[in-house]
Design a protein around this ligand. Structure first.
Ligand code: ZN
Length: 91
């Protein structure tokens, strides 16, 4: 059992926008590292979007055979969000 995410700014439950979204974790050098299955939620008021509901384990990691092919398949058939490593962007 889980609770839908709540938008802190708006104080309202977010809506599921898309399930089966690939979260592609990148290394410090911004190279693909792991891919996770997740769900995208959107706030109906402010429109902010987040990924949540990650599985217990990644779908694939870069040390596994066929990782590049798996990433290519996800890019072709699903939405992919790249998760940049420690990229704060407030510099
Ligand atoms: Zn909101």
């Amino acid at each position: 059992m889980s609770h839908r995410p709540v938008c802190v700014k708006c104080g309202i439950e977010m809506r599921l926008k898309e399930d089966g979204v690939g979260c592609l974790d990148l290394t410090e050098k911004q190279k693909p590292c792991q891919i996770w299955d997740s769900d995208m939620y959107k706030c109906p008021l402010c429109g902010i979007e987040i990924l949540t509901d990650f599985g217990q384990l990644p779908v694939a990691t870069r040390h596994e055979k066929g990782f590049a092919e798996t990433v290519a398949l996800w890019r072709k058939h699903f939405s992919i969000v790249e998760n940049k490593k420690d990229d704060i962007r407030s510099k």
